[in-house]
Design a protein around this ligand. Sequence first.
Ligand SMILES: Cc1cc2nc3c(=O)[nH]c(=O)nc-3n(C[C@H](O)[C@H](O)[C@H](O)COP(=O)(O)OP(=O)(O)OC[C@H]3O[C@@H](n4cnc5c(N)ncnc54)[C@H](O)[C@@H]3O)c2cc1C
Length: 214
Amino acid sequence: MPKEMNSTGISVGWTISGVPSPQSIIDAAAAGMVSRQDLCYEEFSKDINQEKAEEFLRKMIQWGHESVLEHIVFQFWVSISRVASHQLVRHRMASYTQMSLRKQRELTVESFVIPWQIKLEDLDEWISDIRHTIEIYNKWLEKGYGPDVARRKLTQETRTDVVITINARSLRNFFALRMAHDADFEIREMAERMHKLIEEKSLGFLFEDIGFGK
Ligand SMILES: Cc1cc2nc3c(=O)[nH]c(=O)nc-3n(C[C@H](O)[C@H](O)[C@H](O)COP(=O)(O)OP(=O)(O)OC[C@H]3O[C@@H](n4cnc5c(N)ncnc54)[C@H](O)[C@@H]3O)c2cc1C
């Protein structure tokens, strides 16, 4: 699980190569210019700086010419519940690699994502239910069944780690749907934290026209 865990128990971070390189932003803008003007890539790319690339990509978004955004690729590493991962992988325009439960695991309470809504007075009871789930899982392993069978007794709040590779165009669609008010709270938090990471890297301009939270 990634180290930076917050109080809600989910974790969202970049992979080592996850932040799009400055050159990939320039190349995406150059691709857009190639498509709009009668000049070749070499002529454009050497004269484009970050500021010019940003300005041009903003225009491409306004014009609805979003396919150039597919040249900008993000990669995240998240640790979320299986409820959220199930929703995440419905976004087909991305690549995922998910932690397997096919191998036998030493499960602890930390192997589950506890919803932040659980009140302090109910927390012990919630955790006791988690421990019961772990007992049931272990019981079926002890009976000689493999983890493939035993894992079917696990609840949807079981934690999983997922590496996500997604381009800027698809990420715009993901943010529009999953940062909306009617999205499930966990995937919404995940999306918001991904968006915050992107803003910290000064790449928020790719998403600023999306009506977040509506
Ligand atoms: C609030 C909320 C509630 C939801 N509730 C449910 C639910 O109850 N049940 C349920 O099954 N799902 C539900 N979903 C999931 C939803 O239906 C989508 O599967 C999910 O949001 C992925 O969106 P997407 O298809 O736009 O993304 P992607 O799969 O990443 O696709 C991106 C875009 O590519 C295009 N595209 C992709 N594949 C095709 C294709 N085969 N044909 C044509 N165009 C394509 C579309 O333009 C699409 O918007 C819910 C989503 C949200 C946000």
